[in-house]
Write a protein that binds this ligand. Sequence first.
Ligand SMILES: [Cu+2]
Length: 362
Amino acid sequence: MKKSKIVGTILLAAALQAGNAATPGTPGDEMSCGCDGAGALMTYNPSFGDDIYHVHEAGCWMAGYKYMHMKMHGLRDGASDVGPDQVGFMRNSRYEYMMIPTGMNMDMHMLMLMYGVTDRFTIMGMANYQENTMDMLMDMGPAKPIMSEPRMRTEGFGDTELRGIYRIAGDFVGSLGLSLPTGDIEKSVKMMRWEFRAPYDMQLGSGSYDLKPALTYSALSDDALWNWGAQAMYTWHTADNMNDYRLGDSVKVNTWLQRALGPAATWLRFAYNHTDDIHGRDSEIQKLLYRSDPAMPMKWAPTPDADANNYGGERVDGALGVSFKFRGVSLGVEGGAPIYQDLNGLQMKAAWFLTAGLQAMF
Ligand SMILES: [Cu+2]
């Protein structure tokens, strides 16, 4: 047999093999990874503000990018708004602080990768980069005018999460996340021209190894036009971090209803979050609150978010979104706002949030 004939035979055999693999429903072709399955756009929603955990078939991958923006605006204590006139320094104000936060922006870029190890067990990794900015007023007492401070800013990589996800039975999925403390918790900012360690809410991570168990229920109607479900997740900060505090543990419950509209889907989502206050204190952040340096008596800048008591609370968010799918790629956008917030102590309140996401299955 001539060489060219052998090569030709091999190529023909390869082509036949590839043709077989391209038949819908055959293992190994792109359609078997569920991305073109009925309801896939909803089951693997690309832009929920909270990740909803799911499994993939064995050998299937998912990669995703999400951008999240959250705007905080104004102050609140408990369930009541606090006007800027109620906060000030040496003015017999109800809240004695020199720095008065007025607004904060949180931007986060998230990368996610998932892989189906078996048909029931999927692993997932997530990394993020965040940028936080805060605007504040400075009140040095009745003899001085209230001035606005230059915008504070911190940015960098946040904590990294690894997660194992297991299909328990039917529409129920259980998962366990481990958060690694890759986010910097010693970022600094300038206030009144002094450099200080940034308050807790401007830091980029928890500083601790955190466990995040979750239970998810997600169901699809027989005609694949509706998807609904719920997910509960607990975040357990297992120990104090190297700066002697740990963020408050939290419970988050999500519930949603989605409707398919041809190649698109739209949804309504509600999220309840309860976060505990911060346990322990970072002695460097504490320096913002008290005159600690006799050599530099003016080196302090009391601000509500430097006080660990002003953290945690309860919040209910409502969100609406829309997504589209083209073959294995889906993208979507979701916007939402708090319906209810009850905060521990004086804190900035959430105003609205926006999430945009793009993901691919292969
Ligand atoms: Cu996935």
